[in-house]
Design a protein around this ligand. Structure first.
Ligand SMILES: [Fe+2]
Length: 381
């Protein structure tokens, strides 16, 4: 068994209604001044939460301007606002974007390092402030992972920061907070979580200690995502998808994702296509490309998606692939790159961009050449 490091938030609250315990949790750590990073939609939907915090004597400063997948300039605005607020703790409340920004603000609040110094793996020396992550979507796993992503404007590429110092002090995963999420966001974020689990399971560096999270995440999301999209107030479906997303997040630190994520980053960076939609567009084609490298693993994924055994692992895996496509269609996600406004002439250049994401491509079951990357984009077109 190869060595692996499992990291989790120091405390993890999980379950319907657990957000009610947040004031007691803050008190336990002596945090009185909260700086909350959020989006306009989430901040409006969670106004009652801020009121309840203030009613217990907590001071709440709110930056609610994360209205897109964030770039470095937007991050710097939040950092300045946070420094002015002199908080005891930084809280990310929302989807992956506000949470990633909160993680990075907490990391370099004291100015000891700049954001551009820490892009990459293991370059952050410490985290300057305590960090709480409260997801209101079920997908990115950002609340439990040691990763964060920002768009670097001048390179038109999303870049990752990976560090054990980005793992939160406290994560509060309350599926009731995801009930106001619209169907399209539920679908895209849920498929993103599913892809985290699938790419961690079918991965060169897959590990038995992580496989259990990955397969259980696939099982829960596979059985409940369509219900969560169709009927957002179904608490059992919401809980299933949130737990699946949490498991997906726990896969990101020790194993991480592979070619689907590498190929999806240029789509987000260049065309601002939502991360989950980009992954959903690419997963069937990367699945098919990778299948010959580890058919047994892809067959296990098919079983976790509810498929029964066929004559060979290849055929079982193929059934899993069909199930995946049917699920994405039922969730109303676009199916082709041409449907999301990407010009076909851009595909070779996108393939060149994707090849730069070596930190993920090294994990892929099959080695990918620039020609392979282009071929996958063409298949998805
Ligand atoms: Fe992702």
């Amino acid at each position: 068994m190869n060595p692996v490091i499992l990291q989790q938030p120091k405390r993890l609250l999980l379950g319907s209604g657990c957000i009610q315990q947040s004031p007691a949790e803050f008190q336990l750590s002596g945090w009185k001044r909260l700086f909350v990073v959020s989006s306009p939609q989430v901040a409006a939907a969670q106004d009652g939460l801020f009121k309840s915090w203030r009613s217990t004597g907590l001071h709440v400063d709110l930056f609610e301007g994360i209205d897109r997948e964030p770039e470095v300039a937007l991050f710097n605005q939040v950092l300045t606002a946070a420094r002015d607020a002199r908080p005891d703790v930084i809280i990310g409340l929302g989807g992956g974007s506000p949470i990633d920004v909160a993680k990075l603000v907490a990391a370099i609040l004291d100015g000891a390092q700049s954001i551009r110094e820490i892009f990459g793996i293991g370059l952050l020396k410490r985290r300057a402030a305590p960090l709480v992550c409260i997801p209101t979507t079920a997908g990115t796993g950002a609340d439990v992972s040691p990763n964060a992503i920002l768009l670097v404007e001048e390179e038109r590429l999303k870049k990752g920061i990976v560090s054990p110092h980005l793992v939160a002090d406290l994560a509060i995963c309350d599926p009731d907070l995801t009930m106001s999420m619209p169907p399209a966001v539920t679908a895209a974020t849920g498929i993103d979580a599913l892809v985290h689990c699938m790419e961690a399971y079918a991965n060169k560096f897959a590990h038995p200690a992580v496989d259990v999270y990955a397969l259980e995440g696939i099982r829960r999301i596979g059985r409940s995502i369509e219900t969560a999209v169709r009927n957002g107030s179904d608490r059992n479906a919401r809980a299933d998808v949130m737990l699946g997303a949490l498991y997906g997040g726990l896969c990101l630190g020790p194993v991480n994702t592979a070619a689907v994520h590498a190929l999806s980053y240029p789509l987000g960076g260049e065309y601002r296509i939502a991360h989950g939609v980009a992954n959903s567009l690419l997963i069937p084609h990367v699945f098919r490309f990778n299948l010959p490298a580890m058919p047994e693993r892809y067959a296990e994924i098919a079983f976790a998606l509810g498929c029964s055994a066929h004559a060979s692992p290849d055929e079982t895996a193929e059934a899993g692939l069909q199930r995946l496509v049917a699920m994405s269609l039922a969730c109303g996600i676009p199916q082709r790159l041409r449907d999301v406004g990407i010009p076909e002439t851009d595909l070779p250049r996108l393939a060149q961009e994707a090849m730069k994401v070596t930190r993920l491509l090294k994990n892929n079951p099959r080695e990918l050449t620039p020609a392979d990357a282009e071929q996958i984009y063409r298949a998805a077109y």
